[in-house]
Write a protein that binds this ligand. Structure first.
Ligand code: SF4
Length: 296
């Protein structure tokens, strides 16, 4: 099977064995999305996965971590995922952890018993585009799930012992929705247990539905100041023991810290407040030249 979509992986999986599992996204309808668009959803056969893993076996430690690439391989039926894991166990009988990306509704389509079975077979972590805790914003961007569903499905992962890293798009709601989004997203995450929360700044990429919304006047991008204010409110209200990772080329401010480290967090909040006070709107806009950005 010939995939045409370039493989991507989260930075945290830089040292994992990366195996191509799917291309495209089974949903492919989020208005802001600039990845996977134009690539039909396809999955490899288990025997192809095994062949690829065999080829990499001499170069990786027997207990390597494994990451299955694709926008949401967790959409695949449980039996397919079990077949993949069985295929992987042949060249890597002792691989330590398996991770992949998932949508919230991919989790809802699996029973508690299936989640537990996949955990027992080695599924250790899912990377999930939760995006925002504001229901109106999720609807506006046609995300296909609600914040209430996010909480419900992440609780099910907690019960199964599957860790998760979540993605949060700052500025997703556009102009005027930053403060409420920051607050709602903190409240959503305060009810669950993400291992890590990673952020990215909302950017309008060409050929996306949100780019058409901008042209029609249906969406106005938030300013950098509003995005930074959203980040501040989010962090001020985030109370759980998690890891915040905002190092991303689409963010204007870059922090990475354990949310439980009170001293570091205090310093970060001061830095954000000082940035808002000390820089003009024009200077803040220049921190990220979004118009010149290309999707990676
Ligand atoms: S679920 Fe993710 S990959 Fe799929 S359309 Fe939405 S943002 Fe894009």
């Amino acid at each position: 099977m010939q995939f045409t979509e370039p493989s991507m992986r989260p930075p945290q999986e830089a040292h994992s064995l990366l195996l191509r599992a799917t291309q495209g996204c089974s949903y492919n309808a989020c208005h802001f999305c600039y990845v996977s668009r134009g690539f039909p959803f396809m999955a490899v056969k288990a025997e192809d996965l095994e062949r690829e893993a065999q080829a990499y076996a001499p170069f990786f430690h027997p207990n390597t971590k494994v990451y299955l690439t694709g926008s949401n391989p967790f959409a695949l039926p449980t039996q397919t995922l079990k077949d993949y894991i069985a295929a992987l166990r042949k060249p890597f009988p002792h691989f330590s952890e398996l991770s992949m990306q998932s949508r919230i509704d991919d989790i809802s389509r699996k029973s508690d018993a299936e989640l537990q079975e996949l955990r027992n077979l080695g599924l250790a972590q899912l990377y999930i585009g939760t995006e925002n805790g504001n229901e109106a914003v999720l609807k506006l961007m046609n995300k296909g799930h609600t914040a209430a569903q996010t909480i419900e499905e992440l609780h099910r992962l907690d019960n199964a012992g599957i860790a998760y890293t979540t993605f949060y798009v700052i500025g997703l709601g556009g102009k005027g929705r930053g403060r409420e989004s920051g607050w709602a997203t903190a409240q959503m995450f305060n009810q669950v247990h993400p291992k890590r929360i990673t952020t990215t700044g909302m950017t309008i990429f060409p050929n996306t539905p949100v780019a058409s919304m901008v042209q029609k006047g249906e969406f106005v991008e938030a300013t950098e100041r509003e995005k930074i204010e959203e980040l501040l409110i989010f962090l001020e209200n985030l109370q759980i023991d998690t890891f915040y990772d905002g190092i991303h080329y689409l963010n204007s401010l870059h922090y990475r810290f354990a949310n439980s480290n009170i001293q570091v967090k205090k310093h970060v909040l001061e830095d954000i407040r000082n940035t808002l006070q000390g820089y003009s709107d024009i200077e803040l806009e220049q921190m990220v030249n979004r118009k010149a950005m290309h999707s990676l």
